[in-house]
Design a protein around this ligand. Structure first.
Ligand SMILES: C[S@@+](CC[C@H](N)C(=O)[O-])C[C@H]1O[C@@H](n2cnc3c(N)ncnc32)[C@H](O)[C@@H]1O
Length: 382
């Protein structure tokens, strides 16, 4: 078998085949585009270790060649044990070889099991884990129940979802089937995708009398990523559930309104029928303290993608405390039949009028603000 030798972060690893644009049919999956996601996972585990009074037991549940978990072992100080798992026998073999190559056999174990079976091994009280990272092909939904049951009180759950056609409403039925939520094709559909996933996790956790609080959530390229902490207790579950609701949206004039009920009715701005999306998470998606901590840690790291990671995390920080949903200037401008003004100018004008306004971490001409849509349109007009 031919072998490719790769380097990412502090890890050196081998792959039986390499492709810049990998497919799930590859013998062992490795996507170079996800380096940034793995960088951020290093920062998040280091932050989580800082909050904990013991070394971390962490599972890279769907490890592929093992690079994610190997990087934790090599780059996060205070790891107790890292468990790499993959259902693909060859992936587990390659991951084992990569563990040896990096001299990490004392810290890293490799398993070749179906993810839910693996997690069942860790769901009894004395065996639970500090971190579970679920990085599947497509939706993480089938693994959420097992993941929350395998986490300790205060444990960190990390999820990747690449089924964005479902979560953004292109494949409505798939979203309803997997997450029990109605998606909506809107200009803020990627943000909604995150909110639908977080609300799903919170509802599954609540079944087990656990509360889920997101700490860092973002959309990038072909995926969304959610990090959050589980807290045991019916009270925690109930207060987490209070963040779940709906968004009522007007496709005519772009008015939108968070709501605790699905009683839609008419748009109060233009009178058109409102659409409903949800249930979804209406609370904060990221946490300022977590962001400040990982941004600080980032500065001492030698990540190849440091500048990009810093820029995205700073943008997410700006979004903290802002209301759900956002606007796309080109879209609002097309409703008004005008040429889109500069985003910076609109932000300045809104701020000068006493509203909060910022860009989003999601690329494009996107604006987050607490100003009502009529006022944004007023500001947009030449
Ligand atoms: C997107 S890749 C993971 C990439 C890896 N986490 C990384 O950062 O390089 C998804 C992996 O999940 C594995 N997988 C798919 N379904 C699984 C299941 N039910 N249980 C365990 N592993 C599974 C696949 O074999 C594949 O290696």
């Amino acid at each position: 078998m031919s072998t490719h030798i790769m380097k990412e972060g502090e890890a050196t690893f081998t792959l039986p085949e390499f492709a810049e644009a990998p497919t799930r049919r590859m013998k062992v999956f490795y996507n170079p585009v996800m380096e940034e996601s793995r960088d951020i996972s290093v920062l998040m585990l280091q932050h989580h270790r800082g909050l904990s009074d013991r070394d971390l037991l962490a599972s890279d549940l769907m490890t592929g060649c093992g690079v994610r978990g190997l990087r934790w072992a090599l780059e996060v100080s205070g790891m107790g044990r890292v468990m790499l798992n993959d259902v693909n026998e060859l992936a587990a073999e390659v991951a084992s070889r990569n563990v040896e190559l990096n001299h990490q056999s004392s810290l890293v174990e490799v398993y070749n099991m179906e993810a839910n079976q693996f997690l069942a091994l860790y769901s009894s009280p004395k065996r639970r884990l500090d971190v579970v990272d679920v990085d599947p092909f497509g939706s993480p939904a089938p693994y959420v129940d097992s993941s929350v049951r395998a986490l300790r009180n205060g444990g960190l759950l990390a999820l990747t979802a690449t089924d964005l056609s479902a979560l953004t409403g292109v494949a409505f039925d798939a979203c309803y089937r997997r997450y029990g939520s109605r998606p909506l094709k809107t200009e803020y559909a990627f943000e909604n995708a995150i909110r639908i996933l977080v609300s799903f996790v919170a509802r599954v956790a609540a079944v087990h009398k656990m509360g889920f609080t997101p700490r860092l959530c973002y959309h990038r390229k072909h995926y969304v990523r959610v990090y959050g902490v589980l807290k045991y207790g019916a009270g925690e579950a109930d207060s987490s559930l209070r963040n779940i609701g709906f968004i009522l949206h007007c496709v005519q004039c772009r008015f939108r309104q968070p709501s605790s009920s699905i009683l839609n009715g008419k748009c109060k701005v233009c009178g058109a029928k409102l659409r409903v999306t949800g249930p979804l998470w209406l609370g904060e998606l990221s946490d300022r303290e977590t962001l400040a901590s990982i941004l600080k840690d980032l500065e001492r790291r030698g990540f190849r993608l440091k500048t990009k990671v810093r820029e995205m995390l700073r943008r997410i920080m700006e979004e903290c405390g802002m209301p759900p949903t956002h606007y796309v200037l080109d879209d609002l401008s097309s409703v008004l039949r005008i040429k889109p003004p500069r985003l910076e100018t609109v932000i300045e004008r809104l701020r000068a009028s006493g509203y909060r306004a910022c860009r989003t971490h999601i690329p494009g001409n996107r604006l987050k603000t607490d100003a009502p849509v009529e006022f944004i349109k007023y500001v947009l007009k030449p």
